[in-house]
Ligand binder design. Structure first.
Ligand code: GLV
Ligand code: MG
Length: 327
């Protein structure tokens, strides 16, 4: 191991993250009883400029009046390049004291973006006597943000999550896309002809590099990597395939831009019974080996390495968190 010890961010379930427009009070009310692990009230791109002020008022009201104890609650502020942002932070934090768990920072481009916001939030928390420290979640959704993803991840002790914002990322990198977050028939490999002259088209995942890069940056700094939106909410199978790819790469969850995607995300990012049983067996084998003073741990005729034991511990802890949430 390295001499550098990575402190993990506070442990929260983040299998599903439901996006709710701050301008729609009906949707906000419904979200308060959602099974989403995290709900973010959006003041940014889901809200048109003429509705920005009202949306901010709605969010303040929702934080004060609704019961969010079943969810981690976040708000997506406007970009640091807009004049809306400072009031998003000042008004909401001053008028809804100790209500927010997280602030979501869109289009994070540099570490200085996070630093600036940290300073502002720290001052408001001190002035208003906040009891809990608000965490930050950053959306990596521009070429600049991806280029600086490591510095962004390391920029504040408040940091908890990196999200991959595929829609804006596509716009920023000028990628030719079809479905938001989905596969693209133009990103494919054409195989050589087989003996019958037939050639096959194998679709690739054009987002592989971006998600993998974000996951590494997040994990290297003890943060949670979370995959962003899948645009076609009438395609649950497509959503699940996307979520499955992200989970394989190390993401802890995925956005739901429609309530119907919450259950899909929870399902896809919950460890299966089989995985949990196997993880418990690994831990039992380790305990037994320790009691018997054996250096090496074996299970089913195979040696178990430290990495597998750590993975098993993480998995069992997550299963406990999920069980506690469901209870
Ligand atoms: C999310 O904000 C995205 O741009 O995909
Ligand atoms: Mg975006």
């Amino acid at each position: 191991m390295s001499f550098t010890i990575i402190e993990p961010c506070p442990a929260r379930l983040n299998r599903s993250e439901l996006a709710v427009p701050g301008s729609n009070t009906k949707f906000i009310e419904k979200a308060a009883s959602s099974k989403a692990d995290v709900v973010f009230l959006d003041l940014e791109d889901a809200v048109a400029p003429p509705d920005k002020e009202q949306a901010r008022k709605n969010v303040i009201e929702a934080l004060n009046d609704l019961d969010w104890s079943g969810n981690t609650i976040s708000m997506r502020i406007n970009g640091l390049d807009t004049h809306y942002m400072y009031r998003d932070v000042v008004d909401v934090l001053e008028q809804a004291v100790d209500k927010l768990d997280l602030i979501m920072i869109p289009k994070a481009g540099t570490a200085a973006d996070i630093y600036a916001l940290d300073m502002l939030v720290t001052q408001i928390e001190a002035a208003k006597g906040y009891k809990k420290r608000i965490g930050f979640e950053m959306i990596i959704e521009t070429a600049l943000g991806m280029e600086n993803v490591h510095e962004i991840a390391a920029a504040s002790r408040r940091n908890e999550t990196l999200h991959f914002g595929v829609a804006d990322y596509a716009a920023s990198t000028k990628a030719r896309t079809t479905v938001i977050g989905g596969p693209n028939r133009d990103y494919a490999v054409l195989t050589d002809a087989d003996q019958d002259g037939a050639r096959q088209v194998h679709w690739g995942d054009m987002w592989h590099y971006a998600v993998a890069r974000m996951v590494v940056a997040a994990r290297a700094h003890g943060l949670r990597p979370v995959d962003g939106p899948f645009g076609d909410f009438s395609d649950p199978e497509g959503y699940k395939a996307n979520a499955s790819r992200s989970a394989v790469l190390g993401c802890e969850g995925k956005w739901a831009i429609h309530p119907s995607q919450v259950d899909l995300a929870n399902e896809m990012f919950t460890p299966s019974e089989k995985e949990i049983t196997q993880a418990n067996r690994v831990l039992e084998a380790m305990e037994k080996a320790q009691k018997e003073g054996q250096g090496a741990v074996a299970l089913d005729g195979r040696l178990i390495d430290i990495a597998s034991i750590k993975q098993a511990q993480v998995l069992v802890k997550k299963a406990e968190q999920i069980a506690a949430r469901d209870a």
